[in-house]
Write a protein that binds this ligand. Structure first.
Ligand code: IFM
Length: 445
């Protein structure tokens, strides 16, 4: 690992904060979605979540005890600009102001993400990410928040997992805003990427010595058999799931094979895709200071499998290291391979693993302690995979475990636990798990 390696933990606003109606925060698409019957398991909502909005000092103390160098969290756009644009809500900014000061006092570097899926509902009402106007609104938000926090925060992440925001939200319909439309998904994906470019330029202007990046999720895949049909399906899946974002962010535009495939399938029209305006691809492909990679699993792909299949167990597949409770195969070696590929093909100046972790539901035993050995095994294997990539020359500069706390796993509600700290979702009580102690010792080493 490089000398200045950053060890951290990650969270996101809607998954932990709660306090959704406090201090002038506006409604978001996730408030609307979770309150729509049938959308989320058990009718769970982020109204209280981990109550971090009130318990943030306790959470900073936990991080101090853990000894992390960095904390990756997201800022709720609707706390800063309740309607998405317009007047700044000072009380909302103050929350992040206090958090950042406390982190800095604890010797922890803040790594804020501007957008982790919680679009202000007012913008959704105007077309959300399907509308070009949302790009301008995002730049306005980036401007407002970096002008207020940029004196203390130099590292900024524009978006978290734009693939998920675009495709799970607008094609699979399992996330807010719950649409199932290819045109909407591809348009939203493009606007998310353009807004990354716009915001990056704004941040550079407002923040001296800024470091700007984006956190892309990835699903490395491989053909399920050595048949030509599976190889083709794997290539298409990789284009859909990985290259559609990695290529443009590194200045290559959208991959030709995928543009052709989408055209053939009637998802975009002939000629230049209708959502692209002159200058967009340069904006999206402007150099970044670091790339964030969120990694959880990799998948075998068979011809004929549903293109959108990105979770769940593929029929007939055996995975030596088993599955997490999300049903995701445990595949640490693929992380090394993917990092080497990204280094070889895209050559970012610096890479951070901005998320990696596992869902296992172990809770307090009779002694009150949480023995989550399966999470320790998962994390140890993935940290080793990152170290292997680093040893082979990949410029990896940090690792953020997902997540500090058990939290709201979106439409799966509170049924999945990713935390190093167990949370009683009735009382908010926090109990550090065995993996917390393991990570503290790993960081100290
Ligand atoms: O909880 C999510 C997070 O919000 C984004 N990345 C994946 C995590 C686990 O599904």
């Amino acid at each position: 690992m490089r000398d200045e390696f950053t060890w951290g933990v990650a969270t996101s606003a809607y998954q932990i904060e709660g306090g959704v109606a406090e201090d002038g925060r506006g409604e978001t698409i996730w408030d609307r979605f979770t309150h729509t019957p049938g959308r989320v398991i058990d009718g769970a909502t982020g109204d209280v979540a981990c109550d971090h909005y009130h318990r943030w000092e306790e959470d900073v103390a936990l991080m101090r005890e853990l000894g992390v160098d960095g904390y990756r969290f997201s800022i709720a756009w609707a706390r800063v600009l309740p309607e998405g644009t317009g007047d700044v809500n000072q009380a909302g900014v103050d929350f992040y102001d206090r958090l950042i000061d406390a982190l800095l006092d604890a010797g922890i570097t803040p790594y804020p993400t501007l957008y982790h899926w919680d679009l202000p509902q007012a913008l959704e009402d105007g077309g959300g990410w399907r509308s070009r106007d949302t790009v301008g609104a995002f730049a306005e938000y980036a401007d407002a928040i970096t002008k207020r926090l940029g004196d203390r925060v130099s590292t900024w992440i524009t978006h978290n997992e734009p693939w998920v925001a675009a495709f799970v939200g607008h094609l699979e319909g399992a996330h807010a805003p719950g649409l199932t439309d290819w045109g909407a998904a591809l348009t939203a994906a493009h606007h998310l990427l353009v807004s990354h470019g716009e915001a990056a330029a704004v941040i550079r202007q407002n923040v001296p010595n800024s470091r700007v990046g984006i956190a892309l999720d990835c699903r490395p895949s491989y053909p399920a058999t050595d048949s030509a049909a599976d190889a083709g399906a794997h290539r298409h899946f990789d284009g859909f799931r990985n290259r559609w974002f990695f290529d443009p962010v590194f200045g290559r535009g959208y991959p030709d094979d995928m543009v052709a495939a989408y055209r053939d399938r009637g998802r975009i029209g002939p000629g230049t895709p209708e959502f692209i305006q002159p200058g967009d691809m340069d904006l999206i492909g402007a150099p970044i200071d670091f790339l964030g990679i969120n990694y959880y699993t990799s998948l075998p792909i068979s011809a004929g499998a549903d293109e959108t299949e990105d979770t769940g167990i593929m029929p007939g597949v055996t995975v030596p290291d088993g599955f997490t409770e999300m049903g995701w195969p445990i595949t640490p070696a693929a992380l090394t391979g993917f990092l080497q590929r990204v280094h070889r093909e895209y050559d970012p100046p610096s890479i951070f693993i901005t998320e990696n972790g596992a869902s296992f539901s172990d809770g307090p035993g009779p002694e009150g302690t949480v023995d989550d050995q399966r999470r320790i095994d998962y994390l140890a294997a993935h940290v080793a995979a990152v170290a292997a990539a680093a040893e082979s020359g990949v410029p990896v500069d940090g690792y953020f475990a997902w997540s500090l706390l058990d939290n709201l796993e979106w439409s799966l509600g509170f049924t999945q636990r990713f935390g190093l700290v167990w949370v009683d979702h009735d009382t908010g009580r926090r109990v550090p798990k065995a993996s917390f102690d393991w990570y503290r010792e790993r960081i100290a080493r």
